[in-house]
Write a protein that binds this ligand. Structure first.
Ligand code: UDP
Length: 493
């Protein structure tokens, strides 16, 4: 737990136990703890504390963990399944969510022991029970859902307008009320717009209800990246939106491990990359939890092979590991392909000057990590909000080329989707991104410029740095008012 000093502003951070949610929140914890007069406690489970502990384990950093035992076996999960990426199969997703809900009781049982008393809860948006905990202890609750303002605004306008209702799956419609003309189809919408199970619908309603009771929202983005969307979203939220990212830039030298033991040493990757020309390598990774049909992944591998560019390919499927050996793929590409089986030191790889393109599933953390290092992207969205992220990168920012994915691959239904993107499509998208003609040069120029702006945003005086100060100041003021009025409750204005 955090330090005992009573003058400190104590922030309680509660991440959702999944890498794409926890990694940015660990970075946020560190960032907050580096600010004057701030101390931080991250509420997590024992295995996650081990997994992410290195991020906070810095001499003198006033940050620590409150570890709550995770009731995995009580809800029918295997022992040690404390993170969404450890789930043996997607049918257990609701069991996992039930175990996460049970953390509320465990947290409240030891809340009074937290010292100094917390003044603010920063909670993952998908932990709606933290709104009740915040009410109970009369604390402001700031939410974090790890996505851009572009995504928040799309979500809001889609919910409000229901413009997609009754349309055939593949008919395009325009998302209303956005600064740009963004076209989508129903089959590209996040699963929350297409819910079939009652339990999931109820869960999402709880999330929405809890969001309305929050004090504001922290966004892992920087204003210059999506200024018009930030402005519009702030109007919707009465100004209580703080863009404090990119959080991946706040990790100093922690880039190698980032939550999991890497399957290859960072040094080996760097040595391999050192031997390649600047800007020549394609890095391909589809995130931490996406489940892709192995036949589809094989097309990805064949596309990389056909591209003639050196590449690093992160493989997370046993069937594909077998295929690369048995088909002779690994042997054929041995002079220009590095295969990583399992977890890659992604941020370190992306930061190497030899990387010239990033083939990504468009998870928001990956997108931002690509933006920060100034590389153009080959976009292959899979599920959740990833098609929206693709629109931002390809259409609004102009730094990406899509492989042509058309449908959300719903979690657990990947087998039924078959092969939709062919190796030829992958090859073509790579060729466009790595192109040395006018379009390719222009795309790279925009990407590099955005990378520089991203790095400036987090520096002293940069937009994200100022927003972080603003957030801390507003929370401090609320705490002062609360102490003065006793019993003040915090609802969204
Ligand atoms: N990541 C990594 N190594 C891997 C796969 C993923 O370091 O082999 C990290 C990646 O850098 C990012 C996070 O895991 O920070 C994935 O989050 P994202 O939002 O991109 O996608 P998700 O996995 O949540 O779909």
């Amino acid at each position: 737990m955090a330090s005992k000093s009573t003058n400190k502003l104590h922030f309680l951070l509660i991440p959702y136990p999944a890498p794409g949610h926890t990694i940015p929140m660990m970075n946020m914890a560190k960032l907050l703890a580096q600010q004057p007069d701030v101390t931080v406690t991250v509420v997590t489970t024992p295995l996650n504390a081990v997994r992410y502990g290195h991020a906070l384990n810095k001499p003198g950093l006033p940050a620590g963990f409150l570890q709550l035992p995770f009731p995995a076996t009580e809800v029918g999960l295997p022992e040690g399944c404390e993170s969404l990426d450890a789930l043996p199969n997607p049918d257990l997703a609701l069991n996992f969510a039930a175990a996460v809900d049970m953390l509320q009781f465990k947290l409240e049982r030891c809340f009074e022991t937290l010292s100094p008393p917390p003044i603010c809860i920063v909670s993952d948006k998908y932990l709606p029970w933290t709104a009740d905990t915040a009410d109970k202890y009369r604390l402001p609750r700031v939410i974090f859902d790890g996505m851009s303002c572009f995504k928040q605004l799309c979500d809001h306008n889609l919910y409000a307008s229901k413009v997609f209702d009754g349309l055939p799956e593949s008919e395009t419609f325009v998302v209303p009320g956005l600064p740009d003309r963004i076209e989508l189809t129903r089959s590209q919408l996040p699963a929350e717009f297409n819910i079939s199970s009652r339990a999931t619908r109820e869960r999402l309603e709880r999330v929405k209800e809890a969001e309305l009771r929050s004090f504001g929202i922290v966004i892992n983005s920087f204003e210059e990246l999506e200024q018009e969307y930030v402005d519009e979203y702030k109007k919707l939220k009465g100004g209580k939106v703080w863009c404090i990212g990119p959080l991946s830039l706040c990790t100093d030298n922690d880039n190698a491990q980032r939550g999991k033991i890497v399957s290859i040493s960072e040094q080996r990757c760097m040595e391999w990359l050192d031997l390649r020309q600047h800007g020549s390598v394609v890095y391909a990774c589809l995130g931490s939890v996406s489940r892709v049909n192995p036949m589809q992944l094989i097309e990805l591998g064949l596309g990389l092979e056909a591209s003639d560019h050196p590449f690093i390919w992160v493989i997370r499927a046993k069937e594909v590991e077998q295929w690369v050996l048995e088909s002779g793929f690994e042997e054929r590409v041995k002079d220009r392909g590095l295969l990583i089986r399992g977890w890659a030191p992604q941020v370190s790889i992306l930061s190497h000057p030899s990387i010239g393109g990033f083939l990504t599933h468009c998870g928001w953390n990956s997108i931002l990590e690509g933006v920060c290092v100034g590389v153009p992207m080959i976009t292959w969205p899979q599920f959740a909000e990833q098609f929206l992220n693709e629109k931002l990168v390809v259409q609004v920012l102009g730094t990406g080329v899509g492989v042509g994915a058309q449908f959300v691959v719903h979690w657990g239904k990947e087998e039924t989707f078959g092969v939709k993107v062919k190796s030829e499509d992958v090859k073509k998208a790579i060729a466009k991104v790595m192109d040395s003609g006018i379009d390719g040069i222009e795309r790279r120029k925009i990407a590099q410029e955005l990378g520089k702006i991203a790095n400036r945003a987090i520096e002293e005086g940069g937009s994200s740095h100022m927003n972080l100060k603003l957030l801390i100041g507003q929370v401090r003021d609320m705490n002062f008012n609360r102490t003065a009025t006793q019993g003040f409750k915090f609802y969204q204005i």
